[in-house]
Every structure is written in C-alpha cells, then in structure tokens.
Ligand binder design. Structure first.
Ligand code: RET
Length: 271
C-alpha cells in the first residue's frame, strides 16, 4: 500500500518542482538551526529552552527532508518514450517519513508553546500531557489512514473506507488538541507583556492555519476529480512544504521573539 504519489507519471516540471521543494525545505531548516543557535543568548536563561527546542526541531526536520529528497530522486526515472518521470523498478516513495518526523516535532512545538506561555510545575505537566498525547494520537491515526491512499484514490482494488475512518478520528483528536491549546493561550497570555502577547497571538494564528493545511493535504487522495491528477500531487507536496517551513521555522522565530521581548520586559522591571 504505497503512497498514491507512486502511481503517477510526472512531467519534467512537476517532478522538478517537488524535488526543489524538498531541497529548499531542508536548506531552510539547516539555516534556521544556525540562527536559533546564535540568537539564544538574546533571551534570559528562563526562556532559552525555546531556542534549544527549535534546534531539535530543525535537526530532525533537516534529516527528514533530506531523506525525502533522496527518496524522491531514486523512486522515479526519466522515460524517454513517455517523456515523463516514471516509477523506478523496485523503488518506493513514502510520506511516512513525514509522519515519523511529526511524531518528534509536534510534541516539541507544543512543549515550546507552553514554555513561552510561562506554564510551570503541575500546571505545565497537566497541559503538556494532554497536548502531547493528543498530538501523538493525531499523527499515529493519520499514519495508519494514509496507507489506504491507493484504495481511496482508485489505484488499487480494495476498500478505501479505512482512509476516512482513521483520518476522521485523527481530525477529531486534532480539534481536541486545538481546544486545549486555545485554552492555554488564553490563560498563559495574561502573564506576558503587551508586546510579547502580540507576537504570541501571531504565533497562535500561524499554528492554527498551518496545522489545518496538514489536515486538508491528507484528504487530497480521497477527493474525486483531483485525486487522479499529477498537478495535485505537486499542490499536495507544496502544501506540506509551506506548512513545514511556517509551522516549524517561522513559528519558532515568533516564539523566539516572544522570549526575547519578555526577557527584556522582565529585566526592565527588575532594574
Ligand atoms: C493528519 C491526518 C489527517 C487529519 C489531521 C492531520 C494533522 C496533521 C498535523 C500535523 C502537524 C505537523 C507539524 C509538524 C511540524 O513539524 C495527521 C495529517 C488533522 C496537524 C506541525
């Protein structure tokens, strides 16, 4: 049950755009890693953890996108007769690497979120447990569902219902996660300075928008009319690319901004 990408022949540009998207994303994360490393000192010790967590996210994502790049390279070969990139014998492209990466990054991003919102002690642990368990469950459910892409898209015989069932359960858990995260923003924001709170709002908006995109992108193989189109494979991979860059790197930068502003405002209050 390989991902539905494997069932297409790609025009030269379609293949190249996807390949470039992978290399672009890996490069962004490697560069952002350097940035988070050198700017960590701008925040006080209390907030430095958000920079370290961004570093962890950047390393894991650079490796994942690098692997996707190489896998994409080896999974398709140019066919002169068809004037297209077609599946290479014995090779498979798998989005499963993304899910494996999310399993690391989603708990990390949610932890980072609670750190910057200044939760500590029991309050931190309670919220952290709910968010990480929900985050992991959401991804594992979606991971199971994506194995049924070829059936739901009609490329292989069989029942596509599990794609909707596992995916639907994942969506439900996602809404629960948003509910807990929203409550955490509302409560935690009160402890931030006005300026830091403004950046926190922006980070929260980015999180909601980009995380929804992941959910929508999952659905593409199940939508009749577009699920047989290689153009939509490009759209889907670009959707992942956009959400990856924004939800990991730009989100991390915004939280870093909250941390720096909050460090300054606390220092000003002390003096
Ligand atoms: C799945 C399955 C279908 C339903 C939903 C999904 C949501 C995925 C999300 C992923 C977020 C990933 C992030 C990675 C950062 O490194 C699992 C695709 C709702 C929200 C933020």
């Amino acid at each position: 049950m390989p991902n539905y990408e494997n069932f297409f022949a790609f025009e030269y540009w379609q293949y190249e755009v996807i390949r470039h998207a992978f290399s672009f994303t890996a490069a962004v994360f490697a560069a952002a890693l350097l940035y988070f490393t050198v700017t960590a000192a701008e925040a006080t010790q209390k907030y430095r953890r958000t920079f370290y967590i961004s570093g962890v996210v950047m390393v894991s994502a650079t490796i994942e996108l690098g692997l996707l790049y190489f896998m994409w390279n080896s999974s398709f070969v140019w066919d002169e007769a068809e004037s297209a990139f077609v599946r290479a014998e014995g090779q498979i492209f798998a989005n499963g690497y993304r899910y494996a990466n999310w399993l690391i990054d989603v708990p990390m991003l949610l932890t980072q979120f609670l750190v910057v919102l200044q939760f500590a002690g029991g309050e931190f642990m309670r919220r952290w447990a709910k968010l990480t368990v929900a985050g992991a469950a959401m991804i594992i459910l979606g991971y199971i569902g994506q194995y049924y892409e070829p059936q739901v898209a009609g490329f292989e015989e069989g029942n596509g219902a599990p794609f909707w069932i596992w995916g639907g359960l994942s969506w439900l858990v996602f809404f629960y996660l948003l509910y807990v995260a929203n409550d955490s923003v509302k409560t935690g924001r009160a402890s931030l300075s006005q300026e830091a709170g403004l950046w926190m709002n922006r980070a929260w908006t980015l999180l909601v928008v980009t995380w929804f995109i992941y959910g929508f992108v999952y659905l593409v193989p199940g939508i009749p009319g577009i699920n047989q189109s290689a153009d939509w494979v490009v759209v889907r991979q670009l959707g992942y690319t956009f959400s990856d860059v924004v939800s990991k790197a730009v989100f991390g930068l915004m939280l870093a901004q909250v941390a720096i502003l909050q460090s300054r405002s606390e220092a000003a209050q002390r003096s």
